[in-house]
Structure formats: structure tokens, C-alpha cells
Design a protein around this ligand. Structure first.
Ligand SMILES: Cc1cc2nc3c(=O)[nH]c(=O)nc-3n(C[C@H](O)[C@H](O)[C@H](O)COP(=O)(O)O)c2cc1C
Ligand code: SF4
Ligand code: SF4
Length: 356
């Protein structure tokens, strides 16, 4: 198969998916194919999507909650019709290595969900793959050390090169059927993550006293989810738009972005109070019956949870302005001692612009 052009649209928090996409574009260039990299975050208008009229479109992004991030799903839904154009999908996932034993991540439905949307849009999908890169979920665990991440990255490069070469040679490659089956079994978890989980995670971020108010996190957030609040000493405020990609946490020059674990426990407790039961009981006989009861109760619960997240985060934001309470939040969370992670060769600026 002689492709004349390759375009890869990527989403990346801490540089893993960017790096994988960059390896693939480099391989395209080595084969004499015009190859471009374009961040999904910059695809704001439909005309921005799929820039470059590439004959082969690649979509590369991280796995979140065993599926594709909402940001990528929305991008795929907004793509113009494929009209038979070739495409491939790569979901990077959380590889790790403990005592020299490598452990794979689990992309679940991430790759095939985006592939399905592409097929429904008229693309001819040539390949799907999950690719282990160092786990970047540094809100949950410390970042991998340079030896372990280097090991995982080297293996990923070999795998990514082999995959793109076979696609460019016209072969098809559909990997990750077992993760897909597991992902389908875990789809309630993925749905829960997409609808509620990501809002929950975004509401746990705060800036410690080490924050200088430089604004880098707000400028470089791929979905512009951070607002700098305050005139004298501006502080980042995380809005609901946050995709929990970990970029702000991984790249803050002062390691000032923290995730409050004690606050997570409080928020979980508050969000799971049976408020819908209380309201429906109060309504007595005028409460809806039968199937309506389920819908009304779900709507009440969902609205209540979002309300709790919103109010609680506002309270957290106000409290951490008080230096003593900021210190309390900072020293009671594990992220304060966690090593940060971003893909070692990827600078923030690399992910913000189009690369030809
Ligand atoms: C909020 C969040 C959820 C994640 N969920 C999963 C998951 O379900 N399965 C998995 O294998 N990796 C998961 N990961 C790990 C990332 O997908 C993986 O490290 C990826 O390579 C990060 O790429 P990026 O640096 O381009 O964002 C998750 C990471 C984050 C931050
Ligand atoms: S959290 Fe970090 S990147 Fe964001 S404003 Fe503070 S110092 Fe700058
Ligand atoms: S606020 Fe931070 S974690 Fe959330 S989307 Fe922006 S850069 Fe990613």
C-alpha cells in the first residue's frame, strides 16, 4: 500500500501518547510519506478536525477508566465522514514494572470504541492496538523511576514501530481482543467513570503553598480546565472540564499540584448519602411511582452528586487559601511524597502545537 500522507491526531496528558504518535510519524517520514502530528485539543471547529487531508488517519490517546477519555470520544464523533479513508487507533495504557517484572495495563474498550465510531463514520479501520507506556496516574501512585519507565518505553517503541510498519505496508492488525472482552465486562465501571468519576477526580486537585501562580498549568491544560483565580496571588482552580489527564500535576515546575486523598474520602462519604431516598420520602404520596421512580431517583442522585462536588471543591479552594489549612491538606495527602511523572523526552511545548 502506498500512502502519500499520514496524519496522527493525538491526546496526551503526560506525553506518553504524544511520544507514541511521534514515533509513528517519524516512521512515516522515513518511508517518504508526508507525516503530521496534530493535537486533538486544537481541533475546535469541524474544519480543524482531520487537518492535512491525510490518506491515513491515526488516533492516539491514553486509556482512562478502561475506555477512551470523553475528550477523544467527542473528537471522534465530530470527525467529518471518512468516505473509505484508512485509519488506525492506538490507546496507550498503564504499563508498570515491579521487581523487574513488567505488568501490562488494560485498555478495555478504549481502542475499539473509537474504532467503532470511525467505522460508523465511514472510515476503513486498518488496525487497533493497546500500547503499554509508564503508568501516569500519579494521583493514585508514585511515578515510575527512570530505569523502569525507560524499560517500558523502549519496549513500547519496538511495538509501535512494528505496528505502524505493518499498517503502512497495507496489512491489518487488530490486537487487544482479551482486553476488549474484559473492558465490555467492566463497561459499568467505564460508564461510571465517564459520567461521574472524572468529575470526582478533578475536584480533588489543589495547589500547595509551593505554587508561585505562574499560570503554566492553566496555559497548557489541553481542555482549558484551569482558571487562575485572585489578583495579587492567583491560584489555579480546577473546573468540571478537567479530564484528569495529569498534565498539570506532571509538569508543574514546583511540584505544587496535589490531589487530596483525605478530601476524596470525605467527598465519597458526602456524595453517597441517600439524599434521593430522603427527598422521595418527604414527597410521600406525591412521589412518582413505578418506572418513573427509578428515573427520578437517578436524576436526583446525579444532580446531588454534582452539587456536592461543586460546593465541596469551592470550599476546598477557599480553605486552601489559608496557609495553615493549605499545609494541613498538603501534609495529609500521599501525593506530596509521590514522585511525579511525565514522558522523559517530551517537553510541554511539544504537545501544544502541530508538528510536521
Ligand atoms: C485518570 C486516569 C485513568 C486511567 N485509567 C487507566 C486504565 O483504565 N487502564 C490503563 O491501562 N491505564 C489507565 N491509565 C494510565 C494511562 O492510560 C497511561 O499511563 C497513558 O499512557 C497515559 O498517556 P498520556 O501521558 O499520553 O496521557 C489511566 C490514567 C489516568 C490519569
Ligand atoms: S500549580 Fe504550578 S504550574 Fe500552576 S500556577 Fe502554581 S506553580 Fe504554576
Ligand atoms: S486540569 Fe490538569 S489534569 Fe485536568 S485536564 Fe487540565 S491538565 Fe489535565
Amino acid at each position: 500500500m502506498d500512502y502519500k500522507s499520514l496524519l496522527i491526531n493525538f491526546m496526551s496528558g503526560t506525553g506518553n501518547s504524544f511520544r507514541a504518535a511521534a514515533w509513528m510519524t517519524k516512521m512515516g517520514k522515513q518511508r517518504g510519506i508526508r507525516s503530521e502530528l496534530y493535537p486533538i485539543a486544537r481541533c475546535r471547529e469541524e474544519s480543524d478536525v482531520d487537518k492535512g487531508s491525510g490518506e491515513l488517519l491515526g488516533v492516539v490517546f491514553p486509556t482512562h477508566g478502561f475506555t477512551a477519555p470523553w475528550h477523544v470520544i467527542r473528537y471522534a464523533l465530530r470527525l467529518p465522514l471518512g468516505r473509505g479513508k484508512h485509519a488506525f487507533v492506538v490507546a496507550t495504557r498503564a504499563g508498570s514494572r515491579i521487581a523487574s517484572i513488567p505488568f501490562p495495563g488494560m485498555e478495555g474498550t478504549a481502542g475499539y470504541l473509537i474504532a467503532l465510531i470511525l467505522i460508523l463514520k465511514g472510515y476503513s479501520v486498518r488496525g487497533v492496538m493497546g500500547l503499554d507506556m509508564p503508568s501516569n496516574w500519579i494521583a493514585l501512585h508514585w511515578g515510575l523511576n527512570s530505569v523502569n519507565s525507560g524499560f517500558i518505553i523502549d519496549r513500547a517503541k519496538a511495538k509501535a514501530d512494528a505496528f505502524i510498519n505493518s499498517i503502512l505496508e497495507g496489512k491489518k492488525g487488530f490486537r487487544g481482543i482479551v482486553p476488549l472482552i474484559l473492558g465490555l465486562m467492566l463497561s459499568p465501571v467505564s460508564l461510571g467513570y465517564l459520567i461521574i468519576g472524572r468529575f470526582f477526580l478533578s475536584k480533588l486537585f489543589f495547589a500547595s503553598g509551593d505554587c508561585t501562580g505562574c499560570g503554566l498549568c492553566a496555559e497548557s491544560c489541553p481542555v482549558k480546565a484551569i482558571k487562575m483565580v485572585g489578583n495579587n496571588k492567583p491560584r489555579p482552580y480546577w473546573t468540571f472540564a478537567c479530564e484528569s489527564c495529569m498534565r498539570c500535576m506532571g509538569y508543574c515546575p514546583n511540584q505544587a499540584v496535589e490531589v487530596s486523598h483525605p478530601f476524596a474520602v470525605i467527598l465519597y462519604f458526602l456524595a453517597t448519602l441517600p439524599v434521593s431516598v430522603y427527598i422521595l420520602n418527604e414527597l410521600g404520596e406525591s412521589a412518582p411511582m413505578g418506572p418513573y421512580l427509578f428515573v427520578v431517583s437517578a436524576l436526583l442522585n446525579y444532580s446531588y452528586i454534582l452539587f456536592v462536588f461543586f460546593i465541596a471543591n469551592l470550599v476546598l479552594f477557599l480553605l486552601i487559601q489559608i496557609p495553615l489549612l493549605n499545609k494541613l491538606c498538603t501534609y495529609t495527602t500521599l501525593t506530596h511524597i509521590y514522585r511525579r511523572y511525565h514522558e522523559p523526552d517530551t517537553k510541554l511545548g511539544d504537545m501544544l502545537k502541530k508538528q510536521v
